[in-house]
Design a binder for this molecule. Sequence first.
Ligand SMILES: NC(=O)c1ccc[n+]([C@@H]2O[C@H](COP(=O)([O-])OP(=O)(O)OC[C@H]3O[C@@H](n4cnc5c(N)ncnc54)[C@H](OP(=O)(O)O)[C@@H]3O)[C@@H](O)[C@H]2O)c1
Length: 360
Amino acid sequence: MFNQHFSKIFVIGGTGAQGLPVIRALVADNKYSVKVLTRDDTSPRAKSLLALGNVELLVGTLANEASLRTGFHGCDGAFVNIDGFNTGEKAEMYWAVRAYEIALQEEVKFFVYGNLDYASKKGGYDPKYRAGHYDGKGRIGEWILFQNQWNREKMGAALFTTGPYIEMAIASRTIMTPAVEDGVVTWRVPMGEGEMNAVALEDCGVYVRWLFDHPERSNGMDLEVAIAPMKFKEIAAAFEKVTEHPSRYVDTSLEDYWKQREAWGKMPAGYNADPKDQSTMSAKDNFTGFWNIWKYSLLKRDYRLLDEIHPGRIKSAEEWFRKENENGIKLGKGSLWERVQSENQVPILKIGEDGARGKL
Ligand SMILES: NC(=O)c1ccc[n+]([C@@H]2O[C@H](COP(=O)([O-])OP(=O)(O)OC[C@H]3O[C@@H](n4cnc5c(N)ncnc54)[C@H](OP(=O)(O)O)[C@@H]3O)[C@@H](O)[C@H]2O)c1
């Protein structure tokens, strides 16, 4: 029976939107310490992690075997969220496989893979669901669970399958950044009446912590999380209810959505992917598939399981907006209404903060 306790976790993607709450949850009570891979240990995010205590930084890159080996060495757990928006789909898959293999060689005991749904497969391989950043993770997620059938006693493994961060709906430089148009907070995205499985980042920390705390149950598990299935008009209505400012969702055709983003649409979906490589998807092709995943309500979650694992989880957009509004005011960031004004918006993603730059 796999029943072990871990103490030191190697984290890839620790300075990212997802990694920060995961690390906070791991080190909060000193049960775990973490070693975080970063390309830049001088960034404000890297420094904020050091300030938590029980955190050490390793400068390197996920696209280098020596970095991976040094990272996994001496750690008994791993949380691996490979940034597909840097690597592109092809390199993401290669380095995710190598990360799993090197973790095994370095005697890591439990490997948590930051995953996304294998949307093409879940959509019966209909090309309209093709999003490289989903498929690139989802295929490797399946591969890891397959390897785990043989390796589970040596190194346990679990998938942590997320979805779009709800934080992106109020942040700058995301695919769903709002605009305040004549005093109305407006989201123009191509989601029709479909439902999106958005996640709350703070809850991601609790879920990942649970995976490490309960290996006897989580070994071999694909923990697929979300707040609730949400239509975008429900997100806008929740924002209006909490802030008491008019808000709306404008269903937008893919054509109009991309007309507003022509230059970005032509760029590779991964900023270090080779634009001449035929495997490299453009941002337009990639995020067209992404929006279709939600427009046609493709993905499902087991909310009963999530309630059991994390009874205090955020269960609706309204609850998230309410908490975020209160916390924002407490922390001096301002109210949600103030924070969505274009001059006050800030990125939630490190890629947004860095301007999609940095080495592979
Ligand atoms: N945006 C969403 O809603 C969402 C939802 C679920 C999953 N995801 C997936 O999450 C991944 C991105 O993570 P994130 O959402 O946390 O984004 P993020 O805030 O932009 O963070 C990116 C992270 O990746 C790290 N990183 C990038 N290139 C690296 C390299 N070569 N070597 C080592 N570390 C590297 C960055 O670290 P340094 O800059 O410090 O090196 C940073 O920690 C993507 O694969 C995306 O598909 C995104």
